[in-house]
Design a protein around this ligand. Structure first.
Ligand SMILES: Nc1ncnc2c1ncn2[C@@H]1O[C@H](COP(=O)(O)OP(=O)(O)O)[C@@H](O)[C@H]1O
Ligand SMILES: [Mg+2]
Length: 298
C-alpha cells in the first residue's frame, strides 16, 4: 500500500514555477529519500503534503485520503519535523514531550509510556538537562521523538541531517531506520551518502522536476556499466597493455583505468596469454553522486 502519492503536482509562486509535474509515491514502512540540491523545491513539496500551501494542479493523497489546502484532515496521519525545529528551551526533553502530548489531548498514562519509548529510541532517555544546552543533533533527535508522539503513519523530516556533524548524522540516520518499523519515513536531503545508507527508495528532484526515482538498486542500474581499475605488478606490463589497447587510460606507473569495463575479456585474455602478473582488478562501484552528476549535466 502507498502511504503517500503525489500525482502531477504543479506549484508556482507568481511567475516562478517551482514544481513541474511532480509524481511519486511512497510505499508503507519504507524510508524514502527525497533528494535535491538547495532550491530544488523539497520544502515546498513537503508544505504541499501538509496542506500548508495550495497547489496549482495535481493531487496529493496521504494514507489514501486527498490532501486539501488549509486545515487538512490528512495531517492526523502525519508527524512533521521542519528544517529548523523550535522548542521551549527551558524544558527538559521529557517535559517537552508531555507538553506536546497534553496539547494534542493524549491521556496522561499514554504520554508517559510513549515518551519513555521515544526518548529511548532517540537516545535521550537519561537526559534531564534543559533543551537550552542541547547540541543540534540532540535537538533533531528530540524533534523526531516529538514528531512520532502521536504514532503517525507518515513521518516527514525536512533535511534532518543537514546541519549535523558526521557522528550526529549517523545517529539520526540510525533512528530513522529504526522508526521504519512503526511508521513510513519521508526525509529530504542533499547529502547523497545519507540516501545510500538508509533509503529503500528515492526520488531525485532537480529544478522542480523528478529526474530519477525508484529503489536504490533500480536507480544504480540506470548508470552506465561501471569502470574498472587494473593494477599490474610491473610498469612495463602496463605499457604493453596500453600499446595493445590504446583506449586504456594510465593512472599511475602500474595502474590502468578502463572506462565502462569495455573489452575487459579481451584484455584479460591478453594478460593470460602473456602470463603478466596482476596486482588487482577492481570494478568501481558507481556512487549515487556520480549518477546524479551525470543526470544534472544533461
Ligand atoms: N513563498 C515563496 N515565494 C516565492 N518563492 C519561493 C517561496 N518559497 C520557496 N520559493 C522558491 O522556490 C524554490 C524552491 O524552494 P524550496 O522548496 O525551499 O527548496 P529546497 O527546500 O529544495 O531547498 C526556491 O527557488 C525558492 O526561492
Ligand atoms: Mg528546504
Amino acid at each position: 500500500m502507498k502511504m503517500l502519492t503525489l500525482s502531477h503536482v504543479e506549484k508556482h509562486f507568481g511567475e516562478k514555477q517551482v514544481l513541474r509535474d511532480v509524481s511519486f509515491s511512497v510505499p508503507e514502512h519504507t524510508v524514502f529519500g527525497f533528494v535535491g540540491q538547495n532550491g530544488a523545491g523539497k520544502t515546498t513539496a513537503m508544505k504541499l503534503i501538509l496542506g500548508l500551501l495550495p497547489l496549482n494542479s495535481g493531487q496529493i493523497t496521504v494514507n489514501g485520503s486527498a490532501v486539501s489546502y488549509g486545515n487538512t484532515d490528512t495531517n492526523r496521519f502525519i508527524g512533521y519535523l521542519p528544517d529548523v525545529p523550535e522548542f521551549y528551551s527551558y524544558m527538559t526533553p521529557a517535559e517537552y514531550l508531555s507538553f506536546c502530548g497534553a496539547i494534542t489531548g493524549m491521556p496522561k498514562q499514554e504520554i508517559k509510556k510513549r515518551s519513555h519509548e521515544l526518548l529511548s529510541l532517540v537516545g535521550l532517555e537519561n537526559e534531564s538537562h534543559r533543551i537550552k544546552g542541547f547540541s543540534r543533533g540532540m535537538k533533531q533527535r528530540l524533534g523526531v521523538a516529538q514528531a512520532l508522539l502521536n504514532r503517525p503513519r507518515l513521518l516527514i523530516c525536512d533535511e534532518p541531517t543537514s546541519a549535523l556533524d558526521p557522528a550526529g548524522r549517523k545517529e539520526l540516520l540510525d533512528i530513522l531506520t529504526a522508526a521504519k518499523k512503526q511508521t513510513t519515513v519521508l526525509f529530504s536531503t542533499h547529502i547523497l551518502s545519507d540516501v545510500e545508507h538508509i533509503c529503500d527508495e528515492l526520488a531525485f528532484l532537480h529544478d522542480g522536476r523528478i529526474v530519477l526515482q525508484g529503489t536504490l538498486k533500480e536507480v544504480r542500474k540506470l548508470r552506465r556499466a561501471s569502470d574498472v581499475e587494473l593494477e599490474m605488478e610491473h610498469a612495463r606490463d602496463a605499457e604493453l597493455l596500453l600499446s595493445d589497447f590504446p583506449f586504456l587510460r594510465r593512472q599511475g606507473q602500474n595502474l590502468l583505468f578502463l572506462e565502462e569495463g569495455k573489452a575487459l575479456p579481451e584484455i584479460l585474455g591478453r594478460i593470460a596469454e602473456e602470463k603478466l602478473p596482476i596486482r588487482r582488478v577492481e570494478r568501481m562501484e558507481p556512487t549515487l553522486e556520480d549518477l546524479f552528476m551525470e543526470v544534472i549535466a544533461k
